[in-house]
Design a protein around this ligand. Structure first.
Ligand SMILES: Cc1ncc(C[n+]2csc(CCOP(=O)(O)OP(=O)(O)O)c2C)c(N)n1
Length: 331
């Protein structure tokens, strides 16, 4: 996905175009994946609550897809999109969410604690803000080992009011750790609007106060997210320390799959839907003649097929055996 030496200009342009088409495919994959999880959850097949990220695909793909396989991410409770964009295989992820033995953690983590060692994914996390110290710790370890790996911490606006944020940002700044703090600000924490529970004039100041380069990004535009993220990634990789990205986005669904969303204004929801990041990228790909409508249709069909196969695989997989428990806990 990422090359170490710069290619010539023509090839560079070709790779950029190819990468954008891959990005479109990934965003669509996440959306279709989440639609299936929603319907399986409504059908009673998903144990526990699921928190879907439909609407937030630009921040998922616009960041994770610019990472090396051995870079780290630590995600949150709305993290299926991060897992997929960091390289998780849809059928293994679906099996995990359905609590099946074939899933990433043998079916024991469910949606909120998915761990994928091979792809540097330190996990989705049910504790609000819980991934932030994991990413900072991974960045400290990478720096100590001199590997040029970086780590990304994903969290929602709700986590900004957790004590972990200032602690980790402070340490990351004084130790110049290779970590990118990515806040996916979707305007709500559970059923409460961000502004009702968050003091201060600007969320961006949470990074600025530590002199961490901080930038506010249109989280519905994958090109804007990508540009800001690549700058932050490169700074981290060359030893320039942490960055903070405040990505303004929206979750199209509720807090969890069964939430009726009475607290959202219909007008607001419609305005955000009009800014759906997937059709927006499709329009760009067509206008810039990067992909024709026929190519985009082929992508849709192949993604649909891949997700259906993932669902079939997961449904056909067995539940974990109780005797596996010790092995699952201790590795
Ligand atoms: C430490 C902690 N406090 C409270 C909760 C309950 N809780 C789960 S999700 C959530 C809201 C999180 O909001 P945000 O971080 O903005 O993420 P979003 O759900 O909006 O994506 C809360 C309060 C929790 N899981 N962990």
């Amino acid at each position: 996905m990422i090359t170490s030496s710069a290619p010539p200009a023509d090839e560079h342009d070709h790779l950029r175009r190819k990468f954008l088409v891959e990005t479109y495919r990934m965003m669509l994959l996440i959306r279709y994946f989440e639609e299936q999880v929603r319907s399986l959850s409504q059908g009673g097949l998903v144990p526990g609550l699921v928190h879907l990220c439909a609407g937030q695909e630009a921040t998922n793909a616009g960041t994770c897809m610019h990472l090396r396989k051995d870079d780290y991410i630590a995600s949150h409770h709305r993290g299926h999109g991060h897992c997929l964009a960091k390289g998780a295989r849809p059928h293994l992820l679906m099996a995990e969410i359905l609590g099946r033995q074939t899933g990433y953690c043998g079916g024991r983590s469910g949606s909120m604690h998915i761990f994928d060692r091979e792809n540097g994914n330190l996990g989705t996390n049910g504790i609000v803000g819980g991934g932030i110290p994991l990413a900072a710790g991974a960045a400290l370890s990478a720096k100590a080992r001199g590997t040029e790996q970086i780590a990304v911490a994903y969290f929602g606006d709700g986590a900004l009011n957790q004590g972990l944020v200032p602690e980790c940002m402070n340490m990351a700044a004084i130790w110049s750790l290779p970590v990118v703090f990515v806040c996916e600000n979707n305007g709500f924490g559970e059923f409460t609007a961000t502004e009702d529970v968050t003091a201060g004039q600007s969320l961006l100041s949470r990074g600025q106060v530590y002199d961490i380069p901080s930038v506010e990004v249109d989280g519905m535009d994958v090109l804007a997210v990508s540009a800001a993220f690549v700058e932050a990634r490169d700074r981290a990789r060359r030893g320039g320390g942490p960055s903070f990205l405040l990505c303004n986005t929206y979750r199209f669904g509720g807090h969890h799959a069964g939430d009726r969303q009475d607290y959202k204004s219909e007008e607001d929801a419609r305005l955000w839907r009009d800014r759906d990041p997937i059709p927006k990228l499709a329009m760009h790909l067509k206008a810039a003649e990067i992909a024709s409508p026929a190519v985009l249709q082929d992508i849709e069909a192949s993604v649909e097929e891949e997700i259906q196969a993932a669902v079939q695989f997961a449904k056909a997989s067995p539940a974990p055996e109780s005797l596996d428990l010790r092995v699952q806990l201790h590795g």
